[in-house]
Design a protein around this ligand. Structure first.
Ligand code: AMP
Length: 113
């Protein structure tokens, strides 16, 4: 069993969040340290540590997270946005509960750092 992360605590209601969307599979809330005018995190209810540990049986959850990302982006009025899943510390992952970043509201450069 993986260690509890801050995102599990948010899911359990032990730590507050600025919620923007919730359904039976996931929760979305505003990032506490936004990197753009819109910066939202979408997390599955299931505590998958990262994309590395995701399995075939998680396909529905993974697909759902992306569809929710698009729904949220539209609700936020974004014409363009970036979805990011950091996997592993060297790629910038700091919370080991899989999450999708939705970032937008300003011009985004490429390649990312
Ligand atoms: P990552 O670096 O990809 O693991 O993303 C983790 C994100 O979680 C970072 O952008 C943090 O700013 C964000 N974060 C950490 N703690 C909280 C929190 N309590 N509420 C909202 N966002 C958080």
């Amino acid at each position: 069993m993986a260690d509890k992360t801050i995102f599990s605590e948010i899911l359990d209601g032990n730590i507050p969040c600025d919620e923007v969307y919730k359904d039976e599979l996931c929760l979305a809330f505003r990032d506490i340290q936004p990197q753009a005018p819109v910066h939202i995190l979408i997390i599955p209810n299931k505590a998958i540590p990262s994309l590395r540990e995701a399995q075939e049986k998680d396909s529905q959850i993974l697909g759902h997270l992306l569809l929710v990302a698009a729904k949220i982006a539209e609700k936020e009025g974004l014409e363009a946005w970036r979805t990011i899943i950091n996997t592993g510390a060297e790629a910038g992952q700091t919370v080991f509960h899989l999450h999708v970043h939705v970032i937008g509201g300003r011009a985004l450069t490429w390649p990312p750092g």
